[in-house]
Write a protein that binds this ligand. Structure first.
Ligand SMILES: Nc1ncnc2c1ncn2[C@@H]1O[C@H](COP(=O)(O)OP(=O)(O)OP(=O)(O)O)[C@@H](O)[C@H]1O
Ligand SMILES: [Mg+2]
Length: 374
């Protein structure tokens, strides 16, 4: 087990084409770190540089207390699990799992003990004599993970290991991975497109965009305090709603005036930070679907938003209601008995205390800075 440190790591594939730029991160011993971001943002490239499958163009990679930029993949003592789990088709499950230890000349008895122990932990003890072709996707994936664990590596590197599995199996394997990490405590770097995987597995999430880290934070912090509009819109489903507008003086406080002409009152704290400092500046108000409701509760500050209901998606326990007006399209997460109907006018209420505010040009969260300076 080991700490992994990246210092200003860059990857340049072609002249001046940066796939990864100035990537700096300290991954603590035993930590589960998840890389997320849109396709092509550099997640796999970063992971492959850590694994040694890709040269590091600039910067430093430390594993434990060794500088590993030029270490061969085999010397780094890391185990990698890919989306397309690489199993040897002609070997049994047992031999697949035993392989990495047999080549290291570990005594046969010790190999048997470790294979049996690992198979037990992964619930595949009854499959040890089968060939990979006789296994389901989830079983193959467990064997691949089993093979990766066998060596007791310094860290696991996983690149979308569950993305070939169906939804139910994914959920099941996700829980197993969490359990496994809990039991083994091995440093893990995990790449995924799946927000639920990122939110549930990660100690910390690294959000990337176009080769750059946008934010590194715990799942809850990322959700509640996104540093900019990109992170705010990327984490959460349905995504955060955005409204463009400006802050204006209103009575003793201040209000947010949307481009479409709606006026939302601000809380005292918000007014204090936004007015007059951001008077006459283009701003963006962000509000999550669950912070929009059908009926206001007493004692809270609400912004009233009118519009046409374009769709109601009922999920049984809740409904996602889509509303359209001059300011754009919005999704609200409402109780199933919300009463809205597609095609009709409706008024929804924004819980202003939970609104986020971004600079319209830089897209930075205005309260993130304020919170960190305070
Ligand atoms: N061998 C290569 N040669 C040139 N460019 C490459 C190479 N491998 C990756 N790239 C480029 O580097 C960038 C990052 O790719 P990478 O595979 O790391 O993205 P990713 O975040 O893993 O995306 P995905 O979610 O689609 O897997 C992309 O623009 C990609 O086209
Ligand atoms: Mg990738």
């Amino acid at each position: 087990m080991a700490e992994i440190v990246l210092k200003d790591v860059c990857k340049v594939f072609e002249k001046n084409q940066y796939a990864v730029s100035d990537f700096s991160l300290r991954i603590r011993d035993g930590e589960f770190v998840v890389f997320v971001g849109p396709s092509g943002c550099g997640k796999s490239t970063t992971l492959r540089m850590i694994a040694g499958l890709e040269d590091i163009s600039k910067g430093e990679l430390w594993i434990g207390d060794e500088l590993c930029n030029y270490a061969e993949p085999g010397e780094r003592d890391l185990s990698m699990v890919f989306q397309n789990y690489a199993l040897y088709p002609q070997m049994s499950v047992y031999d697949n799992m035993a392989f990495s230890l047999s080549v290291r000349k570990v005594p046969k008895k010790e190999i048997r003990r470790r294979v049996e122990e690992t198979a037990e932990m992964l619930g595949i003890s009854n499959l040890l004599n089968r060939r990979p072709s006789a296994l389901s996707g989830g079983q193959k994936q467990r064997v691949a993970i089993g093979s990766a664990i066998m060596r007791k590596p310094k860290a696991f590197l996983m690149d979308e290991p569950l993305s070939n599995l169906d939804a139910k199996l994914r959920t099941h394997m996700r829980v197993e991975l969490a359990d496994l990490h809990h039991k083994l405590g091995i440093t893990t770097i995990y790449v995924t497109h799946d927000q639920t995987e990122a939110m549930t597995l990660a100690d910390r999430i690294v959000v990337m965009k176009a080769g750059y880290i946008q934010q590194v934070a715990t799942p809850i912090d990322l959700y509640n305090h996104p540093t900019n509009m990109f992170v705010a819109g990327f984490i959460g489903s349905p995504a955060m709603n955005f409204l463009r507008g400006q802050v204006k003086r209103a009575g003793k406080g201040a209000a947010f005036l949307t481009e479409g002409g709606e006026i939302f009152p601000l809380t005292e704290d918000q007014a204090h930070v936004l007015w007059p400092q951001h008077d006459n500046r283009a701003l963006v108000l962000g509000i999550r679907p669950e912070d929009i409701c059908a009926a206001p509760a007493r004692g809270k500050v609400y912004g009233e938003m009118k519009g046409t209901v374009t769709a109601c998606e009922s999920l049984g326990n809740e409904a996602i209601v889509h509303l359209e007006n001059e300011d754009g399209e919005f999704a609200a997460r409402l109780d199933p008995d919300h009463g809205a109907r597609a095609g009709e006018q409706a008024t929804l209420y924004l819980n202003m205390a939970n609104a986020h505010f971004f600079d319209g040009e830089t897209e930075q969260n205005l309260f993130y800075q304020w919170r960190n300076e305070a």
